[in-house]
Design a protein around this ligand. Structure first.
Ligand code: PLP
Length: 379
């Protein structure tokens, strides 16, 4: 609790031991396999988090020029950076080329032409992978499923042959692989098994045409247990990597890239907030806290649920609260009818599993300051 006295609420709190232990497990599971992990920066781009991850030798998955700069500034090797995104700006592509990033994950034929043109102007060759939309339903929230025909990501399987032929015909791009990413917060292995089957079929199909890919990128999306953060503080990496070890048949010398974000940083972060007021309205009790949707937007954006703990109430009696923030929006609500020990003004709450898509999505809406962050142990 001394961190609460030293820092004004709200703030993000990161358990750096848990982050390290998570990476230990990942590295143990991939050891001996041609697997490489690229951390998806958009999940959390706090510099201390980035340094803790790059130090362990992971690569980076980025979705903007700003993320290319942040990745390089905080220790990721340029050649281990993959750049995804459906609408890359010319300056971002040029920055990637100048920096010598490992791979552009290309999402449309026009983007391919633009990369080829810019690389030509710069006298460079761009390593590229084509992002394939495998039309697999990841059974996750509709805003975080990305691999079905209905959404904006990737090239449909039907259009893949002409796209591959086109890429191979261009002088300034080097087609090194195929890229997939089917969604986020995926907790069942079935969608990943379907993904492996799709990849295997495509590899066979292109092999029969004499085309080999040095690289297969299966994306990220492994989910975490938001309902029981203390029982399951680490994502089910064993199941996840076993799924790919069992179902994917990489060719000799072929590298398999994973781009994990949430599963690496989600569990290690909590948003710490102070209770400002308890308010009763027609028999309903509101715990109004000093953290808002600008600090953590997942509940408002995706209807996400986070475990909330009262760190200071010693009361044995439990009551039902709607936990809401100070922002002038009805969706600024972290939980409804949530059971907490009797909660009073001044109590400290922890909103758990907020390490991914928490701080990185924070905004200054309502002209609120961005939340600071605290690390244990300190960097
Ligand atoms: C967001 C994203 C990821 C990471 O997703 P997680 O669910 O956080 O693992 C990986 N690859 C791409 C292309 C992404 O856009």
């Amino acid at each position: 609790m001394d961190v609460v006295e030293r820092t004004t609420t709200p703030f993000y709190y990161y358990d750096m031991h848990l982050l390290d232990e998570t990476m230990d497990q990942i590295l143990r599971h991939i050891s001996g396999y041609p697997f490489q992990i690229h951390y998806a920066l958009k999940a959390n781009s706090n510099p201390h988090i980035l340094r803790a991850i790059s130090k362990r030798g992971l690569g980076a998955d980025v979705v903007s020029g700003g993320e290319i700069q942040a990745a390089i500034a905080h220790g990721f090797k340029p050649e281990e950076i993959n750049f995804s995104g459906v609408a890359k700006a010319d300056w971002e592509i040029k920055l990637g080329l100048e920096s010598g990033i490992g791979c552009f994950n290309v999402e449309s034929a026009t983007e391919l032409d633009v990369i080829d043109m810019l690389a030509g102007q710069m006298g460079k060759t761009a390593p590229i992978a084509i992002r394939v939309n495998p039309d697999i339903d990841a059974h996750t929230h509709k805003y975080i499923t990305t691999g079905t025909a209905a959404n904006k990501f990737g090239i449909g399987i039907e259009e893949l042959d002409p796209m591959v032929a086109h890429a191979r015909s261009l002088a300034h791009v080097n087609l090194v692989g195929l890229h997939f990413h089917i969604g986020s917060q995926i907790t069942q292995m079935q969608p990943f098994i379907m993904l492996c089957d799709t990849v295997n079929k495509l590899l066979e199909r292109y092999e029969s045409q004499g085309i080999r890919f040095p690289l297969i990128n299966v994306g990220g999306g492994l989910g975490i247990d938001y309902t029981a953060p203390d029982e399951h503080p680490i994502a089910p990496f064993e199941d996840y990597f076993n799924t790919f070890k069992t179902h994917l048949t990489p060719r000799d010398g072929q590298q398999v890239h994973f781009e994990l974000g949430r599963a690496i940083v989600g569990p290690c972060g909590s948003l710490i907030a102070r209770v400002m007021y308890i308010k009763e309205n027609r028999g309903k009790k509101f715990a109004l806290i000093d953290a808002g949707m600008n600090d953590l937007i997942r509940p408002a954006l995706y209807g996400a649920k986070h475990v909330i703990q009262n760190l200071t109430s010693l009361d044995q009696t439990v009551e039902s609260y709607d936990v809401a923030g100070p922002v002038c929006e009805s969706s600024d609500l972290f939980a409804t009818d949530y059971q907490l020990p009797v909660t009073r003004r001044g109590d400290i709450l922890a909103i758990r599993s907020a390490g991914a898509y928490g701080e990185s999505m924070a905004s200054c809406y309502n002209m609120r300051p961005l939340p600071p962050s605290v690390f244990q142990p300190e960097p």
